[in-house]
Design a protein around this ligand. Structure first.
Ligand code: UGA
Length: 434
């Protein structure tokens, strides 16, 4: 089957490469000629483990190609996925659907064969209706249906999530569209991945409800961590103690500096806007977004506290800048708020991140980027682990102690064990271990 993806960003590219790997013929389309040129040359626009190799293999097998021409890309495709960005609209937090609407119009104008048009972009409930209206208004004579097929990929684990999904959600009321999408995902049915057919609106809501629920879980354990600090509990034990109850589940109960990234912050906000428009306040999600926002700067203050009296003029080393490991994504990363809080308090900041420093340089011009964790640590009054990259799990602590001015380790991801670190002579501050 031929499949086209309109939009070759994170979602479009990962999905396209995986569909090609299933054996489909895939064309990834993008308006950005530079991006398409680089992709043709085998250069990835994002850092995602395994992606370059997957793309290379499928291009070599003749199953995956790239173009800037939407008309050429969708010619003969039975399924056309819309995978363009839906950023927060400036000023009001609504999802900005201008790219989705523009691409829908262009698909309508260029449709020369029957096709199922599928929104993979994260779009508010009701967007499928609008896409259907826009494609219809183009005057196309071809048969088409519009379905919703949200993606649940995590950055850093996207290929594995795509190939071994917890579930596939397909939202459409159209039998023909169901058949086409069943064929698209057939290799995964063979692997017994659960597939859920729903209405288009339910599928759109599932995506936002899932992200809001996960954000709530994280925020819940973060607040419990604060309570642990005040009362002498250990949040790691509390998380394990509740997570073993399989009605709760152990995942997304890892306390930290607050969630970031391109999805949770933007999607919770967009969901709240949808709720507001429908006069149905989602008070729990409102609280989650607010608590998470204030938490990031609070983490900066936690570091300042660890510096002791008068932080002004002191130096802090930040290890990890991206919002999580195995990505170069800096969007809404807690490191941004932490670094800014420190700089506002007159602290000098040096940092090291395995993948995020190119982007971070422009976002944090006042932070000195170091060649590695040890270079960042030189002369520091405190070393802070902000992102749990594997490389930071086995630091040479003796070397850190020698390089730093003071042996203070602030571990915002709880990757070290308090007793062991303290035994090595460090003042150790972590999350929720009172
Ligand atoms: C998230 C969802 O997990 C995916 O299912 C979804 O497809 C994606 O958003 C999306 O909507 O596109 P992602 O943003 O890549 O994926 O990253 P996560 O692994 O979910 O982490 C998000 C944030 O939560 C990170 O800042 C992470 O450090 C934080 N987190 C996660 C915690 O603080 N504690 C946890 O226990 C888990």
């Amino acid at each position: 089957m031929k499949i086209a993806l309109a939009g070759s960003g994170y979602v479009g590219l990962v999905s396209g490469a995986c569909f090609a790997d299933f054996g489909h013929e895939v064309v990834c389309v993008d308006k950005d000629p530079g991006k398409i040129e680089r992709l043709r040359a085998g250069e990835m626009p994002i850092y995602e483990p395994g992606l370059a190799e997957l793309v290379r293999r499928n291009v070599a097998a003749g199953r995956l190609s790239f173009t800037t021409q939407l008309g050429e890309g969708i010619a003969g495709a039975s399924a056309i996925f819309i995978a363009v960005g839906t950023p927060s609209r400036r000023g009001d937090g609504h999802a900005d659907l201008s790219f989705v609407h523009a691409v829908a119009a262009e698909i309508g104008e260029n449709l020369r064969n029957p096709a199922v048009i599928v929104t993979k972009s994260t779009v508010p409930v009701g967007t499928g209706d609008e896409v259907e209206r826009i494609v219809g208004a183009s005057g196309t004579q071809q048969r088409f249906a519009v379905a919703s097929n949200p993606e649940f990929l995590r950055e850093g684990a996207a290929i594995d999530d795509f190939k071994r999904p917890n579930r596939i959600v397909i939202g459409t009321e159209d039998e023909w569209a169901r058949g086409v999408l069943s064929e698209v995902y057939r290799p995964l049915f063979l692997n017994k991945a659960p597939i859920l057919f729903t209405s288009r609106r339910s599928a759109e809501l599932i995506k936002y409800a899932a992200n809001a629920f996960l954000a709530t879980k994280i925020t819940f354990i973060n607040e419990i961590a604060d309570l642990c600090e005040k009362t002498g509990g250990d949040v790691q034990d509390v998380a394990r103690g509740i997570g073993l109850d399989n009605r709760i589940g152990p995942k997304f109960l890892h306390a930290g500096p607050g969630y970031g990234g391109s999805c949770f912050p933007k999607d919770t906000l967009a969901l709240l806007k949808t709720a507001e428009d429908h006069d149905t306040p989602l008070r729990i999600v409102e609280a989650v977004a607010k608590v998470n926002d204030t938490r990031k700067r609070a983490m900066g203050r936690k570091v300042i506290e660890a510096l002791g009296k008068d932080a002004r003029g002191k130096k802090v080393a930040l290890l990890g800048l991206t919002f999580k490991p195995n990505t170069d994504d800096m969007r809404d990363a807690p490191s941004l708020a932490i670094a800014r809080t420190l700089i506002d308090a007159g602290v000098t900041v040096a940092a090291y991140d395995p993948e995020g420093m190119d982007l971070a340089r422009t976002l944090l011009p006042d932070v000195a980027m170091a060649a590695n964790a040890y270079a960042a640590t030189e002369g520091a009054d405190a070393v802070v682990i902000v992102t749990e990259w594997d490389a930071f799990r086995a630091l040479d602590l003796e070397r850190i102690k020698q390089l730093a001015k003071a042996p203070v380790l602030v571990d915002l991801r709880n990757i070290y064990h308090p007793d062991e670190i303290r035994a090595q002579g460090f003042t150790y501050v972590s999350i929720g271990r009172g």
